[in-house]
Design a protein around this ligand. Structure first.
Ligand code: BTN
Length: 322
């Protein structure tokens, strides 16, 4: 019974009209049980139309996350790196789910994705808008032995991995904004949120959270210019999930050796602001200069009146100078 929502959505996924009786018969539940589940999905913003006396239609159709399809896109080597892959219906935040796993001792290569987040988190305390069945919300755990120093630049490297995954699906106009915003034609299409646990100078665990807008409803309110991948026919949610894992798992497995040095050049090739006048908003002050790429540890380099200075830290954000 708990999976009725999934069965019903799968039957409606093509966008055609299906009767409540047919859904109930296919799932072995009553028509009223079907209606109850579909009402719940409607409350979450899933565009299900009830047509009196005829049945239900999911406007525009929907592709649910599928374990089989995602795993089918991974190489044998990548599958060996994957501990667990869990697909969830609704969660507060996949990063919180992954964090709880770490707190329970499941520290390595646990990956979860959700259809919907009720408290999706972005950097700098922002909300990450996470409607049902539209986008990718993914978190992965990994354990590192070298403390936070071993993780320097990891969030930027993950930005490179996500960009490569998106590019592999035919989307070429991807760029990065320091530290780890993924941009499509200059508008934010994805982001990375890293959270650390454990010993900052020894054995520590990291939650890598990745959000990518695939087909955001047009009527959402987001407090910055945003984009999604809706107009790219090569992009499906499962295809994207597989492509992201195919890039992310090897990155995590080798990061202790490669460190950010191994990704610096790739990051700079994707740098949206290279050579541009920018402003860095730090907690205490605003710094203006010309963006000149990043250091081997992922710090941003600004040319300020001919002198190069490096800045890093979770509380800093970057803007184009006006
Ligand atoms: C950013 O502000 O750019 C980071 C956004 C990160 C969003 C993802 S969605 C999956 C994971 N769960 C969360 O609550 N946040 C991250």
């Amino acid at each position: 019974m708990t999976d009725t929502w999934r069965g019903a959505l799968e039957l409606l996924s093509s966008g055609s009209l299906v009767s409540g009786a047919d859904i109930g018969a296919a799932l072995g539940v009553s028509r009223s049980a079907v209606w109850k589940q579909l009402q719940r999905l409607q409350e979450w913003g899933v565009p299900i139309e009830k047509i009196r006396g005829r049945g239900y239609r999911l406007v525009g159709g929907m592709e649910l996350l599928s374990r089989q399809r995602i795993l089918g896109l991974l190489s044998e080597d990548a599958k060996l790196l994957l501990g667990d892959l869990v697909l969830l219906e609704q969660v507060d935040s996949t990063n919180t789910v992954a964090r709880r796993q770490i707190e329970q001792g499941i520290v390595h290569s646990y990956v979860c994705m959700a259809e919907r987040q009720t408290q999706g988190r972005g950097r700098l305390g922002r909300t990450w808008v996470s409607p049902f069945g539209r986008n990718l919300y993914l978190s992965a755990t990994w354990e590192f032995s070298g403390g936070v120093a071993a993780l320097e630049g990891l969030s930027l490297a993950v930005g490179v991995a996500v960009s490569r995954a998106v590019q592999s699906l035919g989307v070429e106009v991807i760029s990065l904004k320091w530290p780890n915003d993924i941009l499509l034609n200059g508008r934010k299409v994805g982001g990375v949120l890293l959270e650390m646990l454990g010993d900052p100078s020894g054995l520590c665990q990291v939650v890598v959270g990745i959000g990518i807008n695939v087909a955001m409803p047009r009527d959402v309110t987001i407090d910055q210019p945003w984009a999604d991948l809706d107009c790219f026919p090569g992009v499906t949610r499962n295809g994207l999930a597989g492509a992201v894992l195919a890039e992310l798992l090897p990155l995590l497995a080798t990061y202790a050796e490669t460190r950010f040095r191994g990704y610096r050049r790739a990051w700079e090739e994707l740098d949206a602001y290279s050579g541009e006048p920018v402003r860095l908003l730090t907690p205490g002050r605003v710094v203006e200069g010309v963006a000149r790429g990043v250091s081997d540890t992922g710090a941003i380099c600004l040319d300020i009146d001919g002198t190069r200075s490096f800045y890093s830290g979770g509380e800093i954000s970057l803007r184009k100078a006006l």
